[in-house]
Design a protein around this ligand. Structure first.
Ligand SMILES: [Fe+2]
Length: 499
């Protein structure tokens, strides 16, 4: 039998199950679906648990006080069309640290789509690979809230990369409290990577869609002042993140987009990279409108995640994880799901752009060539010049299986890396400031926290590193009661306690 005629899951089997065993806690229906995004590192779990104090190797620091939360796709029901990893119902895994002890809990985000499918005990919505059924309530895709997590005024929110409702979660229980509208003021969808300004508490949000206006941007101040504007774009775009500084927001227009006519005819979004079209970044005053926007052109590229932005006089600096050529290159050996698999093979490295608001001058260039993404910084320096960032090192074959952390030092240009170990994959690793770190504390005075899962026995743990001594390895390893599948974004919430 040639390799190409093996079922895809089997072809990827060696990488997905190095120990030869599949996870035993995955839903029974997954065994009948030949789709790699439902197996191995991606296999959803059927379990929701709340733990007591967990076993710890090493010592949990006393000044690690708060919770690490991580979101990710975790399907409940068998898919009704070709499944993509991005389609899974949102599940949040949390670990709470206090007085040198740690406890864990996980829960699905109880979105409206999740509730409707619980009621029908089956999938109602298909996934991003289409075809799309526009007659379904809320649109052809289920808003899973599976992508990102942010905290604001003591609440935790789950967000979706396709722009969805702002789901409010209880940071003490992970219970879904409902859709946040700030007293009916927020009537628009909100994309993952909308942000809370650490200096003012302003909520900076954006959304994008298939029909005009292709992008929307807004601000809500802590005292409830609201500002929402439409952004003019040449067509539907797929921005994923924004940058913020104290005075500006930086919006993205990448030459990676689908043909709206083809979409209308076929109901399929086929993203193409247009190498002849420049990348554009729009700098808009925080409370400004479309007419205040200043656009800057750069070499064509794509970027999922911004590391940080800041102002240097008249210049806005943006550092991010840039993909030089996001063209999808299907591997024919992957058969009918070749296009789907190519879409997730992420190649991105650290890069810097500058935009002079007075002269219009720009500059750009690479800072490193390591394939690393999912950057995190000390939230205290969001929007101001920062020195350190913590990225996941990404293998090519299964990009979700992050195999280590890279800590960048923008001041020296240095990078420190640690590896999670053979067959072990990690999660996005936010910076957790030491509980007593004041505004003058060193930027890396704190911890880097992550979940890891060992593919040889599917056990999961939480690792805690000292951010300023990353290469020494974790200071504590907390055994988790259940397996944590590969996922998306994480956040650190200072002072959060498990109920
Ligand atoms: Fe993201």
């Amino acid at each position: 039998m040639s390799t190409s005629s093996l079922p895809v899951t089997e072809r990827y089997g060696k990488t997905l199950h190095p120990g030869g065993q599949a996870p035993t806690d995955a839903p029974a229906w997954t065994s009948g679906v030949d789709n790699p995004y439902l197996h191995g590192v991606y296999a959803p779990t059927t379990r929701e648990v709340v733990s007591g104090a967990l076993p710890v190797e090493g010592e949990l620091p006393r000044d690690l006080y708060g919770a690490y939360f991580r979101n990710g796709p975790n399907s409940v029901h068998a898919p009704i069309n070709r499944y993509h990893w991005f389609d899974g119902d949102g599940m949040v895994h949390g670990i709470w640290f206090e007085n040198g002890e740690a406890r864990y809990a996980n829960r699905w985000v109880q979105t409206r789509g999740f509730a409707a499918e619980q009621e029908s005990m089956d999938s109602i919505w298909g996934g991003v690979l289409g075809p799309f059924d526009f007659t379904l309530p809320g649109g052809p895709l289920k808003d899973t809230a599976n992508t990102d997590l942010i905290s604001m005024d003591g609440a935790l929110y789950a967000l979706w990369y396709e722009s969805g409702k702002l789901y409010r979660l209880d940071p003490q229980t992970l219970e879904t409290l409902g859709v946040e509208s700030f007293g009916e003021q927020l009537r628009r969808r909100v994309s993952a990577h909308s942000k809370t300004c650490p200096h003012t508490g302003d909520f900076l949000f954006f959304s994008y869609g298939d029909r005009p206006p292709y992008m929307r941007y807004g601000v809500r101040s802590r005292d409830g002042r609201f500002h929402q504007v439409d952004i003019t774009l040449p067509g539907p775009r797929r921005p994923h993140d924004i940058g913020i500084t104290p005075r500006f927001s930086i919006l993205h227009d990448f030459p990676m987009f689908f043909d709206p006519e083809l979409f209308k005819r076929t109901g399929k979004r086929i993203p193409l990279f247009h190498r002849e079209v420049p990348t554009r970044y729009g700098v808009i005053p925080r409370w400004g409108s479309d007419t205040d926007m200043q656009w800057f052109e750069f070499e064509p590229c794509y970027m999922l995640h911004v590391v940080n932005c800041w102002e240097e006089g008249d210049t806005v600096v943006m550092v991010g994880c840039r993909t030089d050529d996001p063209t999808l290159r299907p591997d024919r050996r992957d058969g009918k799901i070749a296009a789907m698999l190519s879409g997730i093979k992420l190649q991105a490295s650290l890069y810097r752009w500058t935009m002079n608001l007075r002269t219009g001058e720009t500059s750009e260039g690479p800072l490193d060539d390591l394939n690393a993404e999912f950057p995190m910084i000390n939230p205290r320096v969001l929007g101001v010049q920062s020195r350190y960032s913590y990225h996941q090192i990404i293998p090519y074959e299964i990009p979700a299986a992050f195999h280590g952390i890279a800590k960048y030092d923008l001041q020296t240009g240095g990078v420190t890396t640690v590896d999670y170990g053979d067959g072990v994959f990690g999660s996005e690793s936010p910076f957790a400031p030491a509980a007593d770190a004041g505004p003058d504390a060193a930027e890396d005075d704190g911890y880097v926290v992550t979940f890891v899962t060992d593919r040889s026995d599917w056990s999961s743990a939480c690792l805690v590193y000292r951010a300023d001594q990353l290469s020494d390895g974790p200071v504590a390893r907390v055994q988790l009661p259940i397996r944590v599948p590969a996922g998306f974004h994480a956040t650190w919430m200072p002072g959060a306690e498990l109920a």
